[in-house]
Unconditional design. Structure first.
Length: 327
């Protein structure tokens, strides 16, 4: 008799402990009675009828993520692999549908992803797939949200996390990108070279302008100095022709001295006999004298022509006679 009571007590204790079960946070326990759904239980410690009731399964209310890789072809006949990440969550009020209506929800979601991707991507070229990946993700999210809502699943977010074309296509794209960057670099180098040439030309033009001003000032001062030299020579009894010839000869020898002092000058052979200086001076004087005579003769001829013209045309307005130098 004692054995029976001991066994009864043990069975009673086991049944009492079997009546209690614990459900974790963000988890729902589905309880069935003789195979039929009774109710669902939330987080915490719960009681069920032992032997009659059983926990058929547990459903997580946490956000879950499913990664799917889809291979498809673009409009320009390029095969590409897209990695789609879908974040979904079971709704608390639709736990029954989520537990009983779908045998394998991951396969169902994967099927919808394949259907949407293979409907959208073939409409685009490869470059547009990279640019419009947000549109692809939104299309997947919209389609899944409508389809999975009846099963108690809420689609939180759909993302296109990776686009992987064929290896040969990637190499070609990298070459195109590199060529485009080299083209841009060459254009920038050409622009920089053009600007450098323009600035160099401007600097050279400014240098030439300033050099010309310097030469003009130099010649002006030289002419003023020559004028002063001629006046000094005239004051000591040397006429203008002899003074001019003497100055030219002096400049000639100054030039020879400068050429001789320059170490990088080329070899120049000039006659340098003892009488070369006097011959040069005499030639200069004769040349200046002949030039003055020719100039005086031309002035006389022009004056004579002017008198004749006045006699032949007394009624014409008085105008200065034109000389040969006016033509």
């Amino acid at each position: 008799m004692t054995y029976i009571w001991t066994l009864f007590f043990i069975v009673l204790v086991v049944l009492i402990f079997a009546s209690f079960f614990i459900v974790k946070q963000q988890t729902i326990a589905v309880v069935e009675r003789f195979g039929k759904f009774t109710r669902d239980y939330g987080a915490g410690i719960n009681i069920k009828i032992p032997v009659i009731d059983r926990v058929a399964g547990r459903v997580s209310l946490r956000i879950q993520q499913l990664d799917v890789i889809v291979e498809t072809k673009t409009k320009d006949d390029v095969f590409v692999h897209l990695k789609i990440s879908v974040q979904f969550q079971i709704q608390r009020e639709h736990v029954y549908n989520a537990f009983y209506k779908l045998q394998n929800p991951h396969e169902q979601i994967t099927a919808f992803i394949f259907d949407v991707v293979r409907a959208e991507v073939p409409k685009m070229i490869l470059d547009d797939v990279f640019v419009k990946k947000e549109e692809i993700a939104l299309a997947i999210q919209r389609e899944l949200k409508e389809a999975m809502l009846n099963y108690g699943y809420d689609i939180v977010k759909a993302l296109v996390t990776d686009i992987d074309p064929d290896q040969k296509v990637k190499i070609a794209m990298n070459r195109i990108n590199a060529a485009e960057r080299e083209k841009v670099a060459a254009q920038h180098e050409g622009d920089a070279q053009r600007i450098l040439i323009i600035e160099r030309a401007k600097a050279e033009a400014e240098s030439k302008r300033l050099q010309g001003l310097g030469i003009a000032d130099q010649r002006r001062e030289i002419a003023r100095g020559l004028e002063d030299s001629v006046d000094v020579l005239n004051n000591v009894g040397i006429n203008s022709q002899e003074a001019s010839a003497l100055i030219v000869v002096t400049q000639h020898y100054d030039t020879l001295q400068s050429v001789g002092e320059a170490t990088s000058s080329n070899l120049i052979l000039l006659p340098n006999s003892p009488q070369a200086g006097s011959d040069m001076l005499n030639n200069m004087i004769a040349s200046f004298a002949a030039s003055n005579q020719i100039g005086e003769q031309m002035k006389k001829d022009n004056a004579a022509k002017g008198i004749v013209n006045k006699k032949n045309k007394p009624n014409e307005s008085k105008k200065p006679p034109k000389t040969d130098f006016d033509y």
